[in-house]
Design a protein around this ligand. Structure first.
Ligand code: NDP
Length: 449
C-alpha cells in the first residue's frame, strides 16, 4: 500500500489533501486486502484512487462594473460503480484539484454507506461568492453551468451544494441547465421545495450528524440531553446541527466563521439561532455581529495560519466540527480531551488532521469521521432524486424518519465492519472498510473498469 501511496504522491506531488484522504482510507483497509488477494491482483487500489474523469474549464463572467473576470471550474467524476456520480459543488477561493479530489474520494465511500445507489463526484470553482451581488453570482452560475451542463444529467452526474453553494446558487444553476437542455429533470439536488426539492434536505447534514452522535452515545446508555456542545462553522451544516442539538436538550456554546468565533456561555437558544440564520443566509454578514446583538457572548478573532483554534479550548462534552477541512489540529485534539470532550462528530469533511485523529483513537473517545457522520445530506439528496424520478413529494415526517433510519444503519454498519476486521469500536476504520468493500466489489463485478 505504501508503494501505491508513493505512486500517487509522485504523480501529483502538490495534491496534499488528496494524499491525506487516501492515506486515511488505506491505513485501515489492510485487513480487507489480506483477506481478499483478488483485490491486489486486479489493481483495485490503483483504480479506486484514480478518478474516472476530471473536467476542468474556464468560467468567464462580468461584474456589475462591466469588468470581465475568469475563474476556473472543475468536476471530478470519481467513481460510478454503484450509481451516477453524486456530490456537491464548492465555490471558495481555496478550491483546487487537490481539495476536490479529496472530497470526491471521500464521497465515493460515504455514498456507499448510505445504502442508496450513488457513485461519487465533486466539483466547484475558485470563485468567491462573498461580497458579490446577487446579479454577479447569477452571471457566474450561468457561465459555470454553460460548460458543466455538457457533463451532467439525472442518470450521469447529479451535483448538489457545498461550501459557498446554497439555495441561491442551486436556483441559478438549475435555471440555466433547464434553459440549455430544455428539460425539467432532477439534475441537481438541494432544489427549492416549489420546484422539485425535498423537505428536510437543507436540514439533513446537520440533523444527520446529531442523529449519529445520539447513536454513539446510546452505546454508552447516554443521550444528548444536558450535554454541552462546541460547534464550528455557521453555514448550512452548523446551523442545523445547532437546531437539532437545541431540540434534543443540549447546550451549544460556540459558532464560527473564517474570521473568528463566538463563545456564548449561556447557550445559543432558538431565538439566537434564528438571528444567526438571518445574519448568514440573508444579510450575508459576519459572526462578530453576534456580540453586538448578544453582548453576553465573547467574540475572538482567529488566525487561519495558526496551528490551533481557540474555539476547541472550552469545557464541553461534545464537539461538532462543521466548517471545513483540517480545522481541528493536534493541539486542539489535546485541548478537547483535557476539557472533557468525549464525543467528536464530524459534520464537515475531513475537519480533523491525522495527528488529531490519532489522539481521539488513542483516548478511545466516541469519534465519528465525516464520511459516516455527515452522510445524511447526500442520503436525503438520494431521496430527492428518487422523488424527482417518481414525480412525487414525500412529507417531512417521512423524509425525516428515512434519514433517521439511514443514520442508524450507517452507525451499525460501521460498528459491524470494525468488529469483523479487528478494529472493534473504531468508527473510522468501520466506515472506511464498509464503504471500500461495497465499492470495490461492484467494480470487480463490472470487469476491468
Ligand atoms: P457553508 O458555505 O454553508 O458554510 C461553511 C462555513 O464554514 C461558514 O461558516 C464558513 O465561514 C466556514 N468556512 C469555510 N471555509 C473556511 C475556512 N477555510 N476556514 C474557516 N472557516 C471556514 O457550507 P456547509 O455548511 O454546507 O459546509 C460545511 C462543511 O460541511 C464542509 O466541509 C462541507 O464539505 C461539509 N458538508 C456539507 C454538506 C451539505 O449538505 N451542505 C454535506 C456533507 C458535508 P465564512 O462564512 O467565513 O466563509
Amino acid at each position: 500500500m505504501s508503494d501505491i501511496l508513493e505512486l500517487i504522491k509522485a504523480r501529483d506531488p502538490e495534491q496534499k489533501e488528496f494524499h491525506q484522504a487516501v492515506q486515511e482510507v488505506m491505513g485501515t483497509v489492510q485487513p480487507v486486502l489480506d483477506r481478499h488477494p483478488e483485490y491486489r491482483q486486479t489493481a483495485i487500489l490503483e483504480r479506486v484512487t484514480e478518478p474516472e474523469r476530471v473536467i476542468m474549464f474556464r468560467v468567464p463572467w462580468m461584474d456589475d462594473q462591466g469588468q470581465v473576470h475568469v475563474n476556473r471550474g472543475f468536476r471530478i467524476e470519481m467513481n460510478s460503480a454503484i450509481g451516477p456520480y453524486k456530490g456537491g459543488l464548492r465555490f471558495h477561493p481555496s478550491v483546487n484539484l487537490s481539495i476536490l479530489k479529496f472530497l470526491a474520494y471521500e464521497q465515493v465511500f460515504k455514498n456507499a454507506l448510505t445504502t442508496l445507489p450513488m457513485g461519487g463526484g465533486k466539483g466547484g470553482s475558485d470563485f468567491d461568492p462573498k461580497g458579490k451581488s446577487d446579479d454577479e453570482v447569477m452571471r457566474f452560475c450561468q457561465s459555470f453551468m454553460t460548460e458543466l451542463s455538457r457533463h451532467i444529467g439525472p442518470n450521469t452526474d447529479v451535483p448538489a451544494g457545498d461550501i459557498g453553494v446554497g439555495a441561491r446558487e442551486i436556483g441559478y444553476l438549475f435555471g440555466m441547465y433547464k434553459r440549455l437542455r430544455n428539460e425539467f429533470t432532477g439534475v441537481l439536488t438541494g432544489k427549492s421545495l416549489a420546484w422539485g426539492g425535498s423537505l428536510i434536505r437543507p436540514e439533513a447534514t446537520g440533523y444527520g450528524s446529531v442523529y449519529f452522535a445520539s447513536e454513539m452515545l446510546a452505546t454508552r446508555n447516554e443521550t444528548l440531553e444536558g450535554k454541552t456542545c462546541l460547534v464550528s462553522g455557521s453555514g448550512n451544516v452548523a446551523q442545523f446541527t445547532t437546531e437539532k442539538l437545541i431540540e434534543l436538550g443540549a447546550k451549544v456554546i460556540t459558532l464560527s466563521d473564517s474570521s473568528g468565533y463566538i463563545y456564548d456561555e449561556e447557550g445559543i437558544d432558538r431565538d439566537k439561532l434564528e438571528f444567526v440564520k438571518h445574519l448568514k443566509n440573508i444579510r450575508r454578514g459576519r459572526m462578530k455581529d453576534y456580540v453586538d446583538k448578544y453582548p453576553g457572548a465573547v467574540y475572538t478573532q482567529t488566525d487561519a495560519a495558526s496551528d490551533h483554534n481557540p474555539l476547541w479550548n472550552h469545557n464541553a462534552d461534545c464537539a461538532f466540527p462543521s466548517a471545513t477541512e483540517n480545522e481541528v489540529w493536534k493541539k486542539d485534539a489535546s485541548n478537547l480531551i483535557s476539557n472533557g470532550v468525549y464525543v467528536v462528530c464530524e459534520g464537515a469533511n475531513m475537519p480533523s488532521t491525522p495527528e488529531a485523529i490519532d489522539i481521539f483513537l488513542d483516548k478511545k473517545i466516541l469519534y465519528a469521521p465525516g464520511k459516516a457522520a455527515n452522510a445524511g445530506g447526500v442520503a436525503v439528496s438520494g431521496l430527492e432524486m428518487a422523488q424527482n424520478s417518481m414525480r412525487l413529494s414525500w412529507p417531512r415526517e417521512e423524509v425525516n424518519s428515512r434519514l433517521m433510519m439511514i443514520m442508524k444503519s450507517i452507525h451499525q454498519t460501521c460498528l459491524n465492519a470494525a468488529e469483523e476486521y479487528g478494529h472493534a469500536g473504531n468508527y473510522m476504520a468501520g466506515a472506511n472498510i464498509a464503504g471500500f468493500v461495497k465499492v470495490v466489489n461492484a467494480m470487480l463485478d463490472q470487469g476491468l473498469v
